[in-house]
Design a protein around this ligand. Structure first.
Ligand SMILES: NC(=O)c1ccc[n+]([C@@H]2O[C@H](COP(=O)([O-])OP(=O)(O)OC[C@H]3O[C@@H](n4cnc5c(N)ncnc54)[C@H](OP(=O)(O)O)[C@@H]3O)[C@@H](O)[C@H]2O)c1
Length: 287
C-alpha cells in the first residue's frame, strides 16, 4: 500500500484518483476526513487523518506503508514539516519517499523556495530511505487564480516581463508521481517536470484569446506592484517576497527549460497551455 499526503490538494487528489483507477491500494493522508469527500469513495482508497505539524499522527499513518508521497504544504516552515515526515517514516519502517520538490531545488539556491526544497531533498537523501525527487516548474493551475479577472476584464497580471516559462499541468505532475509510486526502478532519481513548451505570458494571453474567442491581455507589473497587490489580498509578506524572488529567476531566463519527463516516465503526451485553457474554459468565461 502507498500513502499519499496532500490528498485534498491539487496534485495529491489527482494522484489518489490515478492510483485508485490503476488498482493500487492507497492510504490518503488528510487533515480532516470531512474535507476529503471527493476522494473518500474511490475504490481501494482509505482515509487517515494526520498533520505534518504532529509527528505522532504521521508515524501512525505511515505504519505498514512501503512507499509514501511527501507533499510539503507551501508554508515558511516547510523544512521542519518535512523533517517531521522523514523521521516518522523512518520510525514506521517506510522504505521509499517520493518528494514533491520544485524546479531549481538546491540548498544553495539564491531564492528561498529553491533553498527550502533543496534542504529537504538533502535531508531525505541522507536519511537512509530510498528517495525520488519530483521537481516541477510552475503549475498551469496557478492561472486559475486569474479566472475572475480574465472572465470579467480580459486581463491578468504577473511580474514576469516577457520571460518564457515551461509551466506544467498538475495533472501531468500527478501522472509522473503515480508512475513512480506504482513501479520499481525510480529510486535515487530526480525528475525535472515541465510542460511541453516555454511560453511568455503574452503568448499565453494569445492562447486565451484564441480559445475563449475574446481579447485577453497580459499586463506585466513590477515586483513592487506585485507585492503591494499580494499584501492587499491579505497574503503574508514572506510569500510575496518568495514569489518575487521566483519571478526574478524567471525574468533572468531560467524557467524556459523543457524536459521529456512526462512522456518518458508517465508515458503520456504532456498537456499544452491550449489544452489547459480548453479544459477550464468555463471557469475563465464565467467566474
Ligand atoms: N504552485 C506551483 O507553481 C508550484 C511549483 C513547484 C512546486 N510547488 C510545490 O507544490 C507544493 C504544493 O502542492 P499543491 O499545489 O498540490 O498543494 P495544495 O493544492 O496547496 O494542497 C496542499 C495540501 O497539503 C495539505 N496540508 C496543508 N498543511 C498541512 C499539514 N500541516 N499537514 C498535512 N497536510 C497539510 C492540504 O490539506 P487541507 O485540505 O487540510 O488544507 C492540501 O491537501 C508545495 O510544496 C510547493 O512548493 C508548487
Amino acid at each position: 500500500m502507498v500513502l499519499v499526503s496532500g490528498a485534498t490538494g491539487t496534485n495529491g487528489s489527482e494522484i489518489v484518483r490515478l492510483l485508485s483507477a490503476a488498482g493500487v491500494p492507497v492510504r490518503a493522508l488528510v487533515r480532516s476526513k470531512a474535507k476529503a469527500t471527493a476522494i473518500a469513495d474511490l475504490p481501494g482508497v482509505e482515509l487517515v487523518e494526520g498533520d505534518f505539524d504532529h509527528p505522532d499522527s504521521l508515524e501512525a499513518a505511515l505504519k505498514g506503508i512501503d512507499k509514501a508521497f511527501m507533499l510539503p504544504p507551501f508554508v515558511n516552515n516547510m523544512v521542519e514539516l518535512q523533517h517531521n515526515f522523514i523521521e516518522a517514516a523512518k520510525r514506521a519502517g517506510t522504505k521509499h519517499i517520493v518528494k514533491l520538490s520544485a524546479f531549481g531545488a538546491d540548498p544553495n539556491s539564491p531564492i528561498v523556495l529553491g533553498k527550502w526544497h533543496g534542504q529537504s531533498e538533502k535531508e531525505l537523501e541522507a536519511s537512509g530511505l530510498a528517495y525520488t525527487h519530483l521537481q516541477p516548474n510552475g503549475f498551469l493551475q496557478n492561472l486559475l487564480a486569474f479566472a475572475q479577472s480574465i472572465a470579467t476584464q480580459g486581463t491578468f497580471f504577473q511580474p514576469a516581463a516577457d520571460a518564457k516559462i515551461s509551466n506544467v499541468d498538475a495533472r501531468d505532475i500527478a501522472a509522473v508521481a503515480a508512475a513512480v509510486l506504482k513501479e520499481d526502478g525510480h529510486e535515487g532519481k530526480t525528475y525535472v517536470i515541465t510542460g511541453p513548451e516555454a511560453l511568455s505570458f503574452s503568448e499565453v494571453a494569445d492562447v486565451f484569446t484564441d480559445v475563449l474567442g475574446k481579447k485577453v491581455t497580459y499586463v506585466a507589473i513590477s515586483p513592487e506592484e506585485f507585492k503591494a497587490s499580494m499584501l492587499q489580498w491579505g497574503q503574508p509578506e514572506w510569500l510575496a517576497d518568495a514569489l518575487n524572488e521566483l519571478f526574478g529567476i524567471y525574468r533572468a531566463g531560467y524557467g524556459a527549460v523543457v524536459t521529456n519527463v512526462v512522456a518518458d516516465v508517465a508515458k503520456k503526451t504532456p498537456i499544452t497551455v491550449e489544452q489547459f485553457v480548453r479544459d477550464h474554459a468555463t471557469a475563465f468565461q464565467s467566474a
